[in-house]
Write a protein that binds this ligand. Structure first.
Ligand code: OGA
Ligand code: MN
Length: 197
């Protein structure tokens, strides 16, 4: 599977894997998610020195997870991410050094408008990744991740189906998160070409 991801990144710049996390793994992460609900903070937008909450841009709440000493609930996901990082470095010489990740909760009706994950000129974000954590999802519920090519042409619309995983080149694809009729949960992050801590 890791080889498939590398091939797809080379060919398309992104890769979707359905059901990467199994139901039992989702349940474990979701128990952690619910146990830490009060510690989630409103996600901000803008540069590091001028962060602001702007719900007309993004309405999610996040809880950061330290990948160098993750809670046990994240073992499968973090092990997978480390293997993927190492293979991407081997194949493409990306020089990925570190990653950062957070749980995200989008309450019903919230969204994240079209953006690029690598907007600041000094950003070292190279690969964006998302695991979708809802244990049930009806396609009619919305919540798609829409990937764009060159800002206007829709490349792909991805429903947040249980346990699926997507990764893409951070500087290549503007994208947005559509609003959903129910809470939308994810575990999202970025692989960096610099050490973060
Ligand atoms: C982000 C983001 C995509 C998703 O957090 O920057 O674009 O599908 N997330 O949750
Ligand atoms: Mn994004």
């Amino acid at each position: 599977m890791l080889d498939y991801i590398v091939q797809e990144i080379e060919r398309n710049g992104f890769c979707l894997i359905p059901k990467l996390l199994q139901t039992d793994e989702l349940k474990i992460i979701n128990a952690f998610f619910e146990g830490n609900k009060e510690a989630f903070l409103p996600a901000m937008v803008g540069p590091v020195n001028n962060k602001q909450r702007v719900e007309s841009i993004r309405g999610d709440h996040t809880f950061w997870v330290d990948p160098s000493s993750p809670p046990i609930e994240f073992k499968t996901a973090i092990t997978f991410l480390n293997e993927l990082k190492n293979l991407l470095n081997q194949k493409f010489f990306f020089g990925l050094k570190d990653f950062e990740c957070h749980l995200a909760s989008y309450p019903a009706g919230t969204f994240y408008k079209k953006h690029l994950d690598r907007f600041e000129s000094n950003s070292s974000r190279k690969i964006s990744f998302v695991f979708y954590l809802n244990e049930d999802w009806e396609v009619g519920a919305g919540g798609e991740l829409v990937l764009y090519k060159k800002d206007y042409e829709i490349l792909s619309e991805i429903s947040p189906l249980p346990g699926s995983f997507i990764c893409f080149l951070s500087e290549e694809f503007p994208h947005e998160v559509k609003s959903a009729t129910i809470e939308r949960r994810s575990f999202t992050g970025w692989m960096h070409t610099k050490l973060l801590y």
